[in-house]
Design a protein around this ligand. Structure first.
Ligand code: FAD
Length: 411
């Protein structure tokens, strides 16, 4: 029987999960990415605030993919022709496909906020994390401002309209920066102000976890400002849409998350350029196109955990279509993450109450050795070329947060 051609376009959590799910299921797989290595982004705060070696946060893509007998092409995607089932690449090649998985990033637009690229810092990728690491190392004392830019989303699919797509790295940045300044012995000479474009900090969780985070922020002298939409970063300040301004010697930001232009040019994006799919991760207009991860219009918040969940659903949908059997997993969005606070301290968050107001959980488990979980997970992914521990690991982790954590829990 002729093998079906499957093309995977870019990404991280979602592509690797798709690849491992389908690599031995009778497909001829081609992965296209303009990066030749996979960066473990949850390690970027450690690069920025603890000088972790960047080489220990990534692995080579080509050898991993070819080891399983599939193809990796290291180039940009130019355009997809979904009516002809082809993808044009920047290197001049045209690929044909039976099935297409779009798992590219939501583009991080550092130029959308004036002055951010020139005067500001970020933990969002390797280049910016290393630039921040240098600045943190050389920081003497002063005013630090940390927050997220406002992003906008399309309306073709129903999803929470969060203004900040992923505030976890903001939480990690404020706590880790506080720890670094205390280690340097200069905390008294510094201020840390934190802002969010949302009406509330951490839009995607609820009051129990927010309350716990708020208490820790108070204890660690972190000042919070809400409904602050950034307009400009200068050498000495950050300016907001409401006319206010904060003095700043260092601004650390999550930039605007944007669409991919090639999806708009290809007629695959919604009105904001994100990929609209149903809850089985199938494109609303093209049956053989699937999408998972940050680029999927449904993904809110933009989390690797949800990217993996979506990749599993997309794969089970496809296998069900081909074999006529197999369970299609339901989409049950939730926040499940470990917020590294440094010095061994970390908070494990499990919250799905936003999505299930009647019977959801809103839990945090904070202690002085939780960071070991994060290290275990990061190292496992790195040493196993992007694989995560078996499903039982996630279930046990949730069980522990439910039993040892603080907040609202439902059985
Ligand atoms: C600092 C930080 C910490 C985080 N920590 C966590 C965490 O602890 N837990 C969690 O669940 N989530 C976490 N997240 C979120 C998580 O990283 C994202 O949800 C996940 O990585 C989704 O993938 P991405 O959009 O980041 O893709 P990326 O990792 O950016 O990958 C996108 C890939 O697509 C490629 N690409 C894009 N466009 C094209 C094109 N046109 N042609 C070819 N290739 C292309 C890029 O080269 C890139 O390799 C964190 C995010 C950040 C920034």
């Amino acid at each position: 029987m002729e093998m079906k051609k499957l093309v995977i376009l870019g990404s991280w959590f979602a592509w690797i999960r798709t690849f491992y799910n389908l690599q031995n299921k009778g497909f001829d797989i081609t992965v296209v990415d303009k990066r030749d290595n996979m960066l473990l982004k949850p390690m970027m705060p450690e690069v920025a605030y603890d000088g972790k070696n960047i080489e220990k946060t990534k692995f080579d893509l080509k050898s991993v993919i070819e080891k399983h007998g599939h193809t990796f092409i290291n180039t940009w995607v130019k355009i997809v022709n979904p009516k002809e089932n082809t993808v044009e690449l920047e290197n001049g090649e045209t690929l044909s496909y039976d099935y297409l998985f779009v798992t590219t990033w939501a583009y991080k637009d550092f130029n959308a906020v004036k002055g951010l690229e020139e005067f500001g810092y970020s933990v969002c990728d390797d280049v910016h994390a290393m630039k921040l690491a240098k600045a943190v190392e050389n920081f003497k004392w002063g005013k630090i401002v940390i927050g997220s830019a406002k992003s906008v989303w399309g309306t073709r699919v129903k999803c929470p309209p969060f203004l900040a797509p992923c505030e976890g790295p903001i939480g990690e940045s404020m706590f880790m920066m506080d720890y670094v300044l205390r280690q340097k012995g200069i905390r008294e000479k510094c201020t840390i102000d934190v802002f969010t474009p949302g009406e509330i900090f951490f839009e995607d969780i609820w009051n129990d976890v927010r309350g716990a985070v708020g208490w820790l922020m108070w204890a660690k002298w972190l000042n919070l400002h809400m409904a602050k939409v950034t307009t400009e970063v200068t050498a000495k300040s950050i300016k907001f849409e409401d006319g206010t301004e904060l003095e700043a010697d260092m601004v650390i930001m999550i930039p605007v998350y944007k669409w991919q232009q090639f999806l708009i040019d290809s007629g695959l994006g919604d009105e904001k350029g994100f990929l609209p799919t149903d809850e089985q991760m199938r494109h609303l207009d093209y049956k053989n196109v699937f999408g998972a991860g940050d680029i999927n219009a449904m993904t809110q918040p933009k989390l690797g955990h949800l990217a993996m969940m979506q990749a599993d659903i997309a794969c089970s949908t496809l296998m069900n279509e081909i074999t006529g059997s197999g369970e299609i997993k339901p989409y049950t969005p939730e926040v499940l993450c470990i917020m590294n606070m440094w010095g061994g301290e970390a908070g494990c968050v499990y919250s799905d109450i936003y999505f299930r107001p009647k019977d959801g959980n809103d839990l945090v488990w904070h202690n002085n050795w939780n960071v070991k979980w994060k290290k275990f997970l990061d190292d496992y992914m790195l040493n196993n070329n992007g694989k995560i521990p078996p499903e039982i690991g996630t279930a046990s982790f949730k069980w522990m947060i439910k039993h040892f954590g603080f907040g609202k829990k439902w059985s």
